[in-house]
Design a binder for this molecule. Sequence first.
Ligand SMILES: [Zn+2]
Length: 244
Amino acid sequence: MLHPTRPLSNKLRFGSVLTYTRNMLGGDNQDSSVAICQVIQNNKDWVAEMQAKNPKYFTNLAKGQSPKLLWIGCSDSRMAVDVLTQTNPGDIFIHRNIANRIPSEDLNVLSVIEYAVKHLKVEHVIVAGHTSCGGVKTALSNASVGILDHWLRPIKDLYIANEEELNELPENERIDRLGELNVIQGVRTVSKLPVVHEAWKEGRELRIHGWMLQLHSGLLKDLDVSVASPKQVESIFKLSTGAH
Ligand SMILES: [Zn+2]
């Protein structure tokens, strides 16, 4: 059986700057760290367990993938997608980055979305943030964390756009509400992408959802902002039906 939280016996060491950055991004709780040598052994144990259950498990897995879900979430180590959704390898196509951002000019996330929607033909895109997000917390502060300052700057803009609402909240709630607004913005960004509208034009079922992982309970909260049709998107983003 896999034991992802085995006690640490061989901690990796970080320099002071990296440690500072890690702490700012929510990595100050190291209770669940795992020894690097244990990771390889855990993998061997898992392979043996899966083969014992089904000798053809890996032969079948190697044949290909046809996931129905695309998950775009935060890189935070506590967002263990397979574990918290109790899904199996092959079930979810995944993209993660700090603070689950979806810049409309970022080739990385755009490539993942295009491949998932156009070729894998996923039926659901889930934009998932989480409470106590270190990326969002950092964006709300005046700390400088190197290149991340650029990556997180749009979250500062999102704060400014919603400053009145956010400033009425206590700090923890402010971080989580800004995290929700960041997810909602991500849903809106995905719903405007041409590849998504092409799928809808083909009559395919494709829903974009916004969820928040509640770290204190482990539960996923549906923000109820799902988009399933071009009718829910401003007309300027809809594709023309005529040929050019
Ligand atoms: Zn996060």
